[in-house]
Design a protein around this ligand. Structure first.
Ligand code: S3P
Length: 448
């Protein structure tokens, strides 16, 4: 059974080299957001939840481990399917050890919601990156719902100790930033509340939690709210019944081979089974505006999500202006979009990126530093990133700051830059895309 790697694996640099045309068909790993949720809902349901296509990345394995600590029995079958026998909503076990989420923001934050809605005490911790990330945005609404934070590091950070409530209060909560993690934590806590829990978001964020709540038997209504927002209402204490989950391929992982094909001359590839949920499709929209040759073939539904095979061919891209409202639907894709923009003609302005500062690293700074080091003309103006495309010299080392998406983005850049591009550490790639290197090499990418 795959296990999360040791938290302090030594750093391993990796270089990407100018490559010939990429070709072939690949299937990226299962979606990270859906994988975390499938395990968590399995924990909360009674019976056996069978999961097909689970992402076996370190982040998700950490969530599986935490689910076990809270009372689930979890097994990986030889054919790669997973089964979860849940403890059931309201019947979670008091964990005896720290819940260690490694690098996983989503796992830790969603599980804080779960714990907050149960009369249990849990200690949460993570790696150096996760310990820097703000948890107050999660703890504030959970406190309104009745949970207590008994210990925390400065500024509401990990490690922290959370005491959940046996009777979480019904609340109506407006999220201060568009964040599916805040929304999900509140809803997961509200699941064990005797009343209704409502979350209002001004900008719609990914809706996998709402979809899965309904799939597992809860009554949840999501209605439009304002020009871009949503109001989500959940009836507490439903009977949660185990369901099968089929995890579609992760669009945030597909983004790497996708952009690689667009920037490496002569490329023509197909990426199979990619989720095309509109709340995750901002990158696709933006690349198409830039003139990318991307075709969606064989559109179908898999496990309650729209999916398609994406055919991507080398394209002469042009710079565009990316509106701030699009950020929630492509929040994890800005590093790789910035790489696409370096190969585009003209200027690309990505607006409203303040949330990038609190991801696995300060992604705004990490992207700008990596681009500059490799000879790309870019600047940060308030919360906007401006990239002026053209010559990409390469030849430099990029600091990844324990951030998998920074590592993969700059490795993709190296496939089309004049000189090789090196990242200081590729080990974190295993958090979301363990097979990144062999998958890219199958397409013709050169690494050493
Ligand atoms: C996620 C939500 C996003 C995203 C993260 C996964 C989720 O975070 O960046 O990688 O699965 O809910 P925010 O909700 O903080 O924007």
């Amino acid at each position: 059974m795959p296990h999360a790697a040791h938290a302090h694996a030594p750093a391993a640099p990796l270089s990407a080299h100018k490559s010939g045309p990429l070709s072939g068909r690949v299937r990226p790993p299962g979606d990270k957001s859906v994988s975390h949720r499938a395990l968590i809902f399995g924990l909360l349901a009674i019976g056996e939840t069978k999961i097909e296509g689970l992402l076996e990345g370190e982040d998700v394995l950490r969530t599986a481990q935490a689910c076990r600590q809270l009372g689930a029995k979890i097994l990986r079958h030889d054919d790669g399917r997973w089964s979860v026998w849940g403890a059931g909503l309201g019947s979670l076990l008091q964990p005896t050890e720290t819940l260690d989420f490694g690098n996983a923001g989503t796992g830790s934050r969603l599980m804080m919601g779960v714990v907050a809605g149960h009369p249990i005490l849990a200690r949460f911790d993570g790696d150096a990156s996760l310990r820097k990330r703000p948890m107050k945005r999660i703890l504030d609404p959970l406190a309104l719902q009745g949970a207590q934070v008994l210990e925390q590091a400065e500024g509401g950070r990990l490690p922290l100790v959370l005491q959940g409530s046996s009777e979480p209060l019904p609340v109506e909560y407006k999220t201060p930033v568009a964040s599916a993690q805040i929304k999900s934590a509140v809803l997961l806590c509200g699941l064990n509340s005797p009343g209704q829990t409502t979350v209002i978001e001004a900008e719609a964020s990914r809706d996998h939690t709402e979809k899965m709540l309904a799939h597992f038997g809860a009554t949840v209504v999501s209605a439009p709210h304002g020009p871009h927002g949503r109001k989500i209402t959940l009836e507490g204490r439903p009977e949660m019944i185990a369901r099968d989950v089929r995890v579609p391929a992760d669009p945030s992982s597909a983004a790497f081979p996708l952009v690689a094909a667009l920037i490496v001359e002569g490329s023509d590839i197909v990426i199979e089974g990619v989720m095309t949920n509109p709340l995750r499709s901002g990158l696709l929209t933006t690349l198409q505006e830039m003139g990318a040759d991307i075709g969606l073939e064989n559109r179908r539904e898999e496990g309650g999500e729209e999916v398609a095979d994406m055919r991507a061919r080398f394209s002469h891209l042009k710079g565009v202006d990316v509106p701030a409202e699009r950020a929630p639907s492509m929040i994890d894709e800005y590093p790789i979009l910035a790489v696409a923009a370096t190969f585009a003609q003209g200027e690309t302005r990505m607006r409203g990126l303040s949330e990038l500062r609190v991801k696995e690293s300060d992604r705004l700074e990490a992207v700008a530093a990596g681009l500059r080091a490799n000879g790309v003309d870019c600047e940060i103006v308030e919360d906007d990133l401006i990239v002026r495309g053209g010559r990409v010299a390469g030849g430099a080392m990029v600091e990844t700051h324990l951030d998998h998406r920074i590592a993969m983005s700059f490795l993709v850049m190296g496939l089309a830059a004049e000189k090789h591009v090196t990242v200081d550490d590729e080990t974190m790639i295993a958090t979301s895309f363990p097979a990144f290197r062999p998958l890219m090499e199958r397409l013709g990418a050169r690494f050493s």
